[in-house]
Write a protein that binds this ligand. Structure first.
Ligand code: F6P
Length: 358
């Protein structure tokens, strides 16, 4: 019988994490009378000595619905199977985690995290017999098991607002303005915000782009009386010249150039007459309050996680599928969902004359 359950947030933060925690705690304590134990900084709070745990109650969760970040703290460097010791060496400390879970009398762990955290959660269940429930989180919206992750709409909102602002200054100065948005592996934020913000060019990791096509688009706009352009660049979008590079080589190229936006701007240098400027949106996309859509989705995810625990459906992850939130096997959780290049969003973008460079 469940009396005590742990909850933690892992990986990069996303607006809505606190709303999941709040919903989980309210439902779990009021309806089932469980004690909810918040584990600080992903799994770290259970593995360090002394342990860093917080008893969460509806009172301690007051005011969390709209608060950004996570009150539990998070890290993307806390894998118990590959634990980084102070001297830099790596060791497997998963047994210590399993012992701590049992020692604390936790029926299981609710892991709110992205693909990395869900992969760890699955291993904990399969290899260490620790009961887990996953709650998917990423502003990138690139997990295939769920139609949407919370945090994504908030990020799109911020990126769209940035595009609106860049538009007016681009037009005043007849410049080409680049907005680099997050999206290391997938271009969902760039594509969605790009359409909503009326971008002329959208560069995504799924489409290696040809600088000549971008230059052509910008020149065509000028000759049709639009002597400015706005370009959205996902942080993992690279030109065709990077085709065939390994992951490590791609990362090195991005790092050396100062990011995908800088590469795009450099590739157009000398090919168009305009002055160009780059704006890197960065972590502004992850901070601050979740938009109403994300508050609602996060609350639904938190409530559903309680139901899964109550039904003993350990090893599942909550997911939104066709409008309804329910559990899916954790095995399906960590598969990356790339932009569907022949899907409706891409066709819509092309219908309104967005150039992708490929
Ligand atoms: O996965 C979410 C994400 O925001 C990516 O879009 C981005 O590449 C990455 O996290 C940034 O991570 P960090 O905060 O560790 O720099």
């Amino acid at each position: 019988m469940v009396t005590r359950v742990g909850i933690l947030t892992g990986g990069g933060d996303a607006p809505g994490l606190n709303a999941v925690i709040r919903a989980f705690v309210k439902f779990a304590t009021r309806e089932y009378g469980w004690e909810v134990v918040g584990v600080e900084d992903a799994f770290n709070g259970l593995m360090e000595s002394p342990r860093r745990l917080q008893i969460l109650t509806p009172v301690t969760c007051r005011g969390l619905l709209h608060r950004g970040g996570t009150v539990l703290g998070t890290t993307n460097r806390g894998d118990p199977f590959a634990w980084q010791e102070r001297d830099g060496s790596i060791s497997d400390r998963s047994q210590e985690l399993a012992d701590a879970v049992r020692d604390e009398g936790l029926a299981g762990l609710v892991c709110i995290g992205g693909d990395g955290s869900q992969r760890i959660a699955l291993r904990l269940m399969q290899e260490m017999d620790i009961p887990v429930i996953g709650v998917p989180k990423t502003i990138d919206n690139d997990l295939s098991a769920t139609d949407c992750t919370f945090g994504f709409q908030s990020a799109v909102d911020i990126a769209t607002d940035a595009l609106d602002r860049l538009h007016t200054t681009a037009e005043s100065h007849e410049r080409v303005l680049f907005l680099e948005v997050m999206g290391r592996d997938t271009g969902h934020i760039a594509l969605t915000a790009g359409i909503a913000g009326g971008a002329d060019i959208i560069l995504i990791p799924e489409i290696p782009w040809d600088p000549a096509r971008l230059a052509d688009k910008i020149r065509r706009r000028r000759s049709s009386g639009r002597p400015f352009s706005v370009v959205v660049v996902a942080e993992g979008a690279l030109p065709i010249s990077a085709n065939g590079l390994s992951d490590t080589e791609r990362k090195a190229r991005l790092k050396a150039a100062g990011g995908a936006g800088a590469i795009a701007m450099a590739e157009l240098e000398g090919k168009v007459d305009h002055e160009m400027r780059l704006c890197v949106l960065g972590h502004l996309q992850r901070g601050g309050s979740p938009v109403p859509f994300d508050r609602l989705l996060a609350t639904r995810f938190g409530a559903c996680a309680v139901e899964l625990v109550a039904q003993g459906r350990w090893g599942e992850m909550v997911a939104l599928q066709s409008g309804s939130v329910d559990g899916v096997p954790l095995e399906e959780a960590a598969i990356t969902r790339f932009v569907d290049l022949s899907g409706n969003l891409m066709r819509t973008a092309r219908a309104v004359d967005v150039e992708f460079g490929g």
